[in-house]
Design a protein around this ligand. Sequence first.
Ligand code: ZN
Length: 330
Amino acid sequence: MKTTGLWLIVLLTMLFPRTVRAEMDFDTRVFRPPAPAGPPVRVDAPPAVRQGQVSLVTIHDPAPGGEVSAWYGKKPISLIEGDRSMIGLLPADVLASPGPRTLRIAWTDGQGLHRRDFLVPVETKDYGSRSINVDSAIFSMGPGGKKKAQEDERLIAAALARKTPERYWRGPFSRPAAGRTTSGFGVRTRVNGKWRDFPHEGLDYRGAVGDPVRATADGVVALTSDYYYTGNAIYLDHGEGLISCYFHLSRIQVKEGDWVKKGQVIGRIGSTGVSTASHLHYGLHLDGAWIDPGAFHRLVETLESGKASAGMEPVGKEEATGGLMPGKDR
Ligand SMILES: [Zn+2]
């Protein structure tokens, strides 16, 4: 009878493993059913990204608790958590080669890892051009300048390459200076009859020496520099690959590692570096790309619609202030 009773237990265990094992106080976690796949993820990819601009991709209804990542070309892009969605920022450098580029979205749910690829080409954008004549002496680097310039370039490249995993900025961005904008982003310039290698990689604000320069968003001071092209310069890291730059300052009022808040005075307008008149050059660099600051500020405002706008006026018509030296002015 004893043997029969044992066989009965074995038989019951085989027939009703869950019940019997549960009764026998086994670890029931092994019986957990597979996690559900979750609703299908919908992706709204943009048709293209224009040079110097940022396009958005929206990933709807990602699985709760799942992870989402995205790459544009070979670079991981920033993702902003929205209401039951993730919004990715796709930047194209002002000098990015036009042509096909892959946007890859990857996400996890109860069934594992999924991915989808989209073709999002980079398209050209014409920002216009201008011709100016200046005293070429302002390009002079001075004795011993070349070695220092090389070291400065190395530090600047490192600051621009920062990809802090946390995002410090919350939109909308504020103005870096009170004055009106003079020289627009992306403009190609011919100086003394010769085209510069680089278009204008920022936005210029008119201002007098000593006028305050303010951080446009929360961040940490990544670098302060006195590179001969940019003059006294501040680079702020706003996290997730976004860096803002403030050039030609007369004074720098922060130091590397300082935390700054949006609207905080970080320096003073000047005319240091390659510059012919006092002004602020303001630049934005996102995941390896110089992007149009005015357009990006407006884009963030649309993302944050409903909140008070501290946005920028449209880029003004170019004025003959002689404020900015383009090209390497970045
Ligand atoms: Zn400029």
